[in-house]
Design a protein around this ligand. Sequence first.
Ligand code: GLA
Length: 694
Amino acid sequence: MIRTWRLDSAQQSLVLASRDDRLPEIVYWGARLPNAEDVQAIALASRIDITDGGLDALPELSICPEAARSFHGHSGLSLRCENGAAMQPKFTFVEAREELDTVSFVFGDSALGLTYKAKFAIDPQTQVISTSARLEAAQPVRMDWFAAPVFPAPAHSDEMIDFTGRWCDEFQLNRTAWSAGMRCRENHTGRTGHEHFPGLIVPSRGATNTDGCAVGFHYGWSGGHKMVAEELPDGRRQVQFGHATGLESEPAKVFETAVLYAVHSSSGLNGCAVAFQRHLRDRIVKLPDPKRSRPVHYNCWEAVYFDHQLDALKEIATLAAQLGAERFVLDDGWFGKRDDDSSSLGDWQVDPRKYPDGLDPLITHIHAQGMTFGIWFEPEMVNPDSDVFRAHPDWALGPSDQLLGRQQMVLDMANAQVRTYLFERISAILGAHDVDYIKWDHNRVLPVPSAAQTRGVYALLDQLRAAHPQVEIESCASGGGRIDFGILGRTQRVWLSDSNDALERLRIQHNASLFLPMSVTGSHVGPRTCHTSGRVIDIRFRAWVAAQRHMGFEMDPRELSKEERNALGGVTQWWKANRDWMTHADILRLDSADPAVLAEQQIARTGERFVVFAGKAETSRQISPRPLRLTGLDPQATYHVDLVNRAEISTRSRGDQALREAPLELSGAYLMSHGLTLPWSFPETMWVVEGHRQ
Ligand code: GLA
C-alpha cells in the first residue's frame, strides 16, 4: 500500500510517499506539477531499479533514513538508551494530517517506546518549505544525531555550494563537486559562527544566478549545526541538517530539531535567494513597528572605542545627525570599568567615571538632534575581572582552566539564576532610559557547545522582548558570527561583518543576499582608512556600498572633509528617498560578464521600479565595459533607465556612451538579453542605475 501527500506553491511541488506503513520519502521535489498529476503514479515511477551485487530491494531514502531497515548511508537518527546501549528504531505509520499547505506525520516504534513526528509546511507566498521533526520517548534517551526531515538532492547537479568565512570575511562560498561518499560540515563552536553559516545551495548543471534550477536549504538554529550531503553507492543523494552532534548532553524524553527551510527554484540561485529573503523578512522577523522606515544608524565604535567622553560623543552625535543619522548606538565601553576588553563584561551598570550623571545627558542630547538611542550589550559573556564573576564564579560555563576568548568566558544560560540576573540588569537600563535598540554581541565561541545554552539565550531574548516590545535588537557576534533564522526570529537586524571595508563588504553582502534581505542587513560607512584592512577608500564607494543595505555610519564624523560630508549626505538622502520600497524589494544577483564587476538588482515586488548596483571590485581584464544583463523584467515593457551618480563619471571615460549623457528608454527584452552598457569606471567605484517601468 502506498500513501501519498502533496504540497504545492506557485514555483514548486513536493510529493511524499509512504509504502507499507514505513516512513515517507520525498519522491518528487521540483517544478510545480500539473494539478491533475497522479501522485500515486509518481510514487511508482520514482522507484529505481536494482541489479546483482546488492540487497534485493533498495532501502528507502526516507525523511529519517533508518539503519534498522538496511539503509547503509548516514541515518537520520542515532540514539541510545539512558544506559548507553544503541537503539535502532523502525517506525511504522500511526497517523498523518493534511491541512491547508501543511502535512504532519506521526510514526511509532512501540517496542522501543518511541514516537517520531514530522511536519512540512509550504508557504504559498514566499515559496519556502519549513520542516522539523520531534522525537518522543517513553523513557529518557540519549540523542547523538537527529536530522530534520531529510531531502533528496538533485541528480542532475555537479556541485554543491556551502558557506565558510572568518572574522571580517563572512559568507565565502565553498563549491564542492559531488562524488561518492559524504561531505559533512559540522560546527562545534556553539554559535552559528563566521565559519559555518548553516546553508546549502545545490545548483543543477548549468544553473546561474538568474537561470536554471537550484535547491536551497537553511537550518534556523544558533547553536551550531551539522550538515550531511551524501551520494550513496546507488547514486541517490541526500541532504541532512540538524544540531551538531554532542549538543544534547543530557538524556531526555523529547528532542526537537530546529526548522529546516528549503526551496526549489527554476529561476537560478535567485529563485532560492528571493524565497529566503521574503520568508525571513515577511514571516520570521518581527519589527516592533513595521511601518517605521528603517532608520539611518550611527554607531560610535570605530570613532571612540572604549574612550567615552561625553563632550566628544555629543559633538559626534551632532555631526552624525547633520549627515542624516536617525539612531545613535552607543557601543562597548559605557559600563563597569571597561577601559579595554579585559574587564567588566557582566557588570551592566553605567560607569560613573565616564558618565557621572548617568546616560541621561548623552541621551537627551541625542534626542535633541532628532535621533533615537540604542545601546550595546554582550549579555552571555563575563570577564573573570568583573564583580559578577567574583560573586558567582560558578555561573561561567566550562572548566576553570579553559582558554579564554577576547579575555572572556561564557555565562551558563541554561541556569535560570543567570537569566534572571541578566533580565533584571538589562531591564533596568531599558526601563530607566528611552532606548529603542540593543546591539547584542557574542564575541567568543563556547568552551563546550550545548543546545541548552542556545535555548537559554532564546528564552532570555523572548522574555526581554515581551517586557520591552518597542526595542529592536541587532544580532552581532564579532560581526556576522550569529546569523541564522533562529536568532532572527528574535532580533531585527544583523551586523553582517566587522569589516567596514567597502570592497570586502560588497562581496560579503552579495553572497549574504542568497539568504538575507536588505531590511535586516546592517552596513555602515567606515573610516577613510579602514581599521580592519588598512585600505583607503573613497567616500562615494563607501557610501554606496552601505546604501545597498540598512545604511549607517561608523567613522568619526570629525574626520570628514567638506567634500566627503557633501558626498555622504547626498547618498544618505538618496537612500532615505528609496529605503521604503527597497526594504520590501527582492535582491537579485546579476551574472556579470565582467568578473571584476559584482552587481545586483533590487526590484520592487510590483516590478514597477528597480535599482542596479554595479560595484567594480577590481581592474577589468578588457579595456571597455561589457554590457550588464538585467533580470526579472517584463520583456514587453519599456523601462526608463537612468544613472543616479552621473556626477561620478571619471575624466578617463571619453566615449559617446549614451547613459553618460542622458536617461534611456529600453525594453525589458533588450535589458535582459543584451544588457545595459555602463560608462568606463575605476576600480572601487559603484554605478547606481534606477529603472522605472513606463
Ligand atoms: C564586536 C563587534 C563590534 C563592536 C565590538 C565592541 O567586535 O562586532 O562591532 O561592537 O565587539 O567590543
